[in-house]
Design a protein around this ligand. Structure first.
Ligand SMILES: Cc1ncc(COP(=O)(O)O)c(C=O)c1O
Length: 411
């Protein structure tokens, strides 16, 4: 395969190939799905949907959960039920997958891009404070962006790569400036911040069960909250806003954003294994960390004090000057050796898709994005496979990347 080719649908991957991140479905998934097929409860109503909602709420430590067709839909509905309106402004991490920013545009609002902090690469609370304190003012009881005149109404911290955002200062600012908080926890299921699971800190939290997430339903999402009112409204909007299901009376424009019973059945099988998957991800991260410790050209992702990361996507920063190879050349070289890796996303303040949101200066996200590379980290990655990744990375960095060969520190 070449970098741009993909395998035929359902074709087994070549023997030697080590993918970046693939699901593992070895628990009760088959049994639960078979039950759906045997009973013909395959569509968007069924006991597995409710069961999966309960299990996710339990894991997130919230009172309610509403299943959705994917994480993007969960974010879209979350913004809507939180009361974000057209032409509002919403603070959001610039260093993230594009979905939360798209969701902000779906409701007609505008993103305010917040840079990453350099240590753990998450939304920088100092950047949030700077925007709110220096660039906004109160007018008639609402917070206004002085430059655009728009209302600033919400914040979407994104817990990227399985590591939590530093929530305490962000929650304090949200209280002070009366912002709704919608956590994009799509990459963070199972991660904790000060011993509490992410997703429960804001007004609403959103999860994704896309194929590359720590647990998957093939495609799927979930919105969690402690507010009965928000949960009820989210359920209403995700199920076509039906006021009278017999007479087909719809109170407003709703969405068909429901998860199917078959997908929820897979989710129930998957979530039973979540604790084991987190342990495996953390073990994989630990092995990489140990193996790369003497390479000054690589700086692995770190874990903040008070945070427990799932290390969902194990990522390193590659410093070309020290490593003797840049992140994109390393990606290409690994690909030639049948090992898949991936850069992080283009920071969204630079995205052509969101050019109309104005121009923003987010230098830390730019630097992280230029140097980052994610390495194979499926929960099913074998020691042998990981050993091969380590061996190839070390060989490609050569002696120039060794700590002893360089006076400088990590990338
Ligand atoms: C940070 C982030 N937000 C939102 C999403 C959207 O989730 P989904 O793909 O389930 O729509 C994803 C990933 O898929 C993501 O990584």
């Amino acid at each position: 395969m070449t970098l741009t080719e993909t395998a035929a649908p359902c074709a087994p991957l070549p023997d030697e190939f080590i993918p970046l991140i693939v699901p593992q479905l070895r628990g009760n998934e088959w049994r639960y799905v078979k039950e759906c097929l045997d009973t013909a409860w395959v569509s968007s109503v069924g006991s597995y949907v409710e069961r999966f909602e309960q299990l996710v709420a339990q894991h997130a430590g919230t009172s309610y959960a509403v299943a959705t067709v994917n994480g993007t839909a969960a974010l879209h509905i979350a913004l809507q039920v939180a009361g974000v309106r057209p032409d509002d402004e919403v603070l959001v991490s610039t260093l993230t997958f594009i979905a939360p920013v798209n969701a902000i545009r779906y409701v007609g609002a505008w993103p305010v891009f917040i840079d990453a902090e350099p240590e753990y690469w998450q939304m920088d609370p100092a950047g949030v404070a700077d925007f709110l304190e220096r660039r906004c003012q109160w007018k008639d009881g609402t917070l206004i962006n002085r430059e655009t005149g728009r209302h600033v109404t919400a914040i979407v911290p994104v817990h990227i790569l399985g590591h939590p955002v530093d929530m305490d200062p962000i929650l304090a600012l949200a209280r002070q400036f009366r912002l709704k908080v919608i956590e994009d926890a799509t990459e963070g299921l199972g991660a904790t911040y000060r011993n509490r699971p992410v997703g429960q800190f804001g007004d609403i939290g959103c999860f994704s069960f896309n194929g590359n997430k720590i647990i998957t339903t093939g495609g799927g999402g979930m919105l969690v909250t402690n507010s009965a009112e928000l949960a009820q409204r989210a359920k209403y909007l995700t199920t076509q806003a039906k006021d009278d299901p017999v007479e087909y009376i719809h109170g407003e424009v709703g969405y068909n954003y429901r998860l199917t019973n078959v997908q929820a059945a897979i989710g129930c099988g998957q979530i039973e294994q979540l604790a084991d998957y987190i342990e495996r991800k953390r073990r994989i991260a630990g092995i990489y960390d140990d193996a790369f410790r003497d390479l000054s050209g690589l700086r692995p992702m770190r874990e903040a004090t008070g945070a427990a990361s799932t290390f969902w996507m194990y990522t390193v920063l590659v410093d070309e000057g020290t490593a003797g190879i840049g992140s994109r050349d390393l990606l290409r070289a690994l690909w030639k050796r049948n090992i898949q890796s991936r850069p992080l996303w283009q920071p969204l303040h630079r995205s052509p898709a969101h050019r109309s949101a104005g121009s923003w200066d987010c230098p830390i996200a730019d630097t992280i994005s230029a140097h980052a590379l994610s390495l194979p980290c499926s929960v099913g990655l074998t020691d042998f496979e990981q050993g091969r990744v380590i061996e190839e990375v070390r060989a490609l960095l050569g002696s120039s990347g060794l700590v002893s060969a360089q006076a400088g520190g990590a990338a």
